[in-house]
Design a protein. Structure first.
Ligand code: NDP
Ligand code: 8X3
Length: 251
């Protein structure tokens, strides 16, 4: 029987690349994000290419009621979830603590932290039955704080802490919990962060070769396919031009 992966934020970037990687490996996909049309386009393409099954659920992970309505009463054939990838997230703005916008802070906290918590809680009963696996997408921003990264960095530090807490608390259920912490990856991330300013977004990736979303998908595939007794706890990955959260060598 095919395995089932649930990926949040599957309409673009890492989530879409992870969906593609696992579909190519024969897994069936539960795909979530807010943009229904984008999700359905990803799903239709992967069903056609790989003959797998998909279930698209469009909702906002910030909305606690919507998360539980969508995820805690899944159709029977979709309940045997082997892997949850908590990927939906964003940065908004890159401003000093003094200048930063309170609404941006709230959106980042509600999405990156509360959304991940709600999703994990809603899916956990299914994961326990399967002795499944949770992969949380953190960031190098969750390992080191950088200038004007304040609350985005704080949310990713929270993802790091929640991952460790889940691993400890879920030991009796034999559930694997992994965090993948990437450095700079060229996706829509910076376009979202800079609120549609394409030149500011492009500048983030100029002068070096950043990671690609497919590199993160390859890592997710690796950690999801280790032997049953092995749990990869923590992966920090950057492109070769990046040394840590703050040091990128640009030509
Ligand atoms: P993208 O902007 O390409 O993708 C973000 C995804 O999250 C989209 O599918 C978006 O879907 C979804 N999403 C955002 N907000 C919500 C919400 N409120 N409810 C449901 N879904 C939501 O960026 P990336 O792929 O780069 O980012 C994915 C994750 O990786 C994020 O958690 C990010 O913080 C993290 N990350 C990114 C890095 C980078 O350099 N790109 C590096 C390290 C970590 P939709 O808009 O349709 O809802
Ligand atoms: C995204 C990478 O360095 O922009 O998490 O915070 S960074």
């Amino acid at each position: 029987m095919s395995k089932i992966i649930l990926v949040t934020g599957a309409s673009s970037g890492f989530g879409k690349a992870i969906a593609e990687k696992f579909a190519a490996g024969g897994w069936n996909l539960i795909l979530t994000a807010r943009r229904k049309e984008k999700l359905e386009a990803v799903a239709a393409d992967l069903e056609k290419q790989f003959g797998i099954k998909t279930l698209c659920l469009a909702f906002d992970v910030q909305d606690k009621v919507a998360v539980f309505e969508n995820l805690s009463h899944l159709p029977t054939e979709w309940q045997a979830i082997d892997l949850l990838v908590n990927n939906a997230g964003l940065a908004l703005g890159r401003d000093s603590f003094f200048d930063a916008n309170l609404e941006d802070w709230e959106t980042m906290i509600d999405t990156n932290v509360k959304g991940l918590l709600y999703t994990s809680k809603a899916v956990l009963p299914y994961l326990i039955k399967q002795q499944g696996h949770i992969i949380n997408i953190g960031s190098t921003a969750g390992k080191e704080v950088y200038k004007d990264g304040n609350v985005y960095c704080a949310t990713k530090h929270a993802v790091d802490a929640i991952t460790k807490a889940q691993r400890i608390d879920l030991l009796p259920y034999k559930i694997k919990v992994t965090a993948i912490h990437p450095g700079a990856v060229e996706t829509d991330f910076s376009l979202v962060r800079f609120k549609g300013d394409a030149s500011k977004a492009a500048a983030v990736y100029a002068g070096y070769t950043p990671l690609k979303a497919e590199d993160i998908a390859d890592t997710a595939w690796y950690v999801a396919n280790t032997p049953k007794h092995v749990c990869i706890n923590d992966v920090v990955m950057t492109c070769v031009a990046q040394g840590n959260s703050t040091m990128i060598h640009k030509d």
